[in-house]
Design a protein around this ligand. Structure first.
Ligand code: FMN
Length: 261
């Protein structure tokens, strides 16, 4: 099992990195228990060259490989592709994810048009000194669901300005255990084959939008080539979601689609 952690903090040994490392320790405990081999890699967005989006829309119109910004973005995408499970974590700055993380999300905007991460599990984390993390987690949640990920869960942790690793461990011992266990089991049990109502609805809204945008765009051809424009297709990948949930999500998605796309 391969895990990739993406740390959005500039501080490579800050609170966010410490929380990630504690969850990784727990993932190793789970892997040992189940006799699974675990591979782990951490990417620090602050150490990489990820330039600001210029808004030229070339990624949307021609494909991300034509982006004029030649930096580390595509290398991160390869790492995500190779991983089974991802932890994405950011510090909260003024009520939202910090700028480094938001810039990365913006540069990944083409994935909202051409979702490519169905079949991958993600856990979302936000650290904060003492305030709320709901807005930061919502920023993550909206983007990553649209990218096709299976959202295992999301947690905000209050870690002050800089909390010792041991203190984070003792204060959040139970939560960290639960997060590690849940992420491990979600990947091992392929929970992504049971998409949530919201994920099914998101797929339906996107599907309705691209069904109406018949043109020669990269986006349209991507959806067509995946077979996702077929009205019988209810998700990006084969799944075992309950049929009533699927119908409900498709009904809700069809009603909402004209309002949001
Ligand atoms: C520029 C800046 C803005 C911040 N904004 C908030 C905030 O709005 N509310 C809050 O409770 N903490 C805020 N914090 C504290 C961080 O969210 C918190 O210390 C976080 O855990 C830092 O993570 P890191 O060590 O991984 O960078 C801010 C910190 C900085 C440097």
């Amino acid at each position: 099992m391969k895990i990739l952690a993406i740390n959005g903090s500039y501080r490579t040994n800050g609170n966010t990195a410490r929380v990630i490392s504690l969850i990784i320790d727990q993932l190793y405990v789970e892997a040992n228990r189940f006799g699974e081999t675990l591979g782990f890699e951490m990417v620090d967005l602050g150490k990489l060259d990820i330039q600001f989006c210029h808004g030229c829309r070339i990624c949307f119109n021609r494909g991300e490989e034509h982006c004029p910004l030649k930096d580390d973005l595509l290398a991160i995408k390869i790492k995500i592709k190779e991983a089974d499970g991802i932890i994405i974590a950011a510090p909260t700055y003024v009520n939202d994810v910090n700028g480094i993380t938001k810039n990365w999300i913006d540069r990944m905007a083409h994935v909202c048009h051409r979702p490519e991460y169905a079949g991958k599990c993600v856990y979302l984390l936000a650290t904060v000194a003492d305030g709320p993390t709901s807005h930061a987690l919502m920023t993550f949640n909206m983007a990553l669901r649209t990218w096709g990920f299976y959202l295992v869960g999301q947690t905000g942790l209050k870690t002050g300005a800089l909390m010792k690793r041991q203190e984070i461990q003792s204060r959040y011992e139970n939560q960290i255990k639960k997060i590690g266990r849940k992420l491990f089991l979600s990947i091992a049990e392929k929970k992504f084959t049971q998409p949530s109502f919201l994920s099914l609805m998101t797929f339906c809204i996107q599907q309705r939008a691209w069904q109406r945008h018949i043109d020669d765009s990269v986006d349209y051809h991507y959806w067509k080539n995946q077979g996702w424009l077929d009205a019988r297709q209810s998700f990006y990948i084969p799944h075992h979601a309950n049929i009533i949930k699927v119908w409900g999500a498709r009904l809700a998605g069809s009603l909402l689609a004209p309002l949001v796309s």
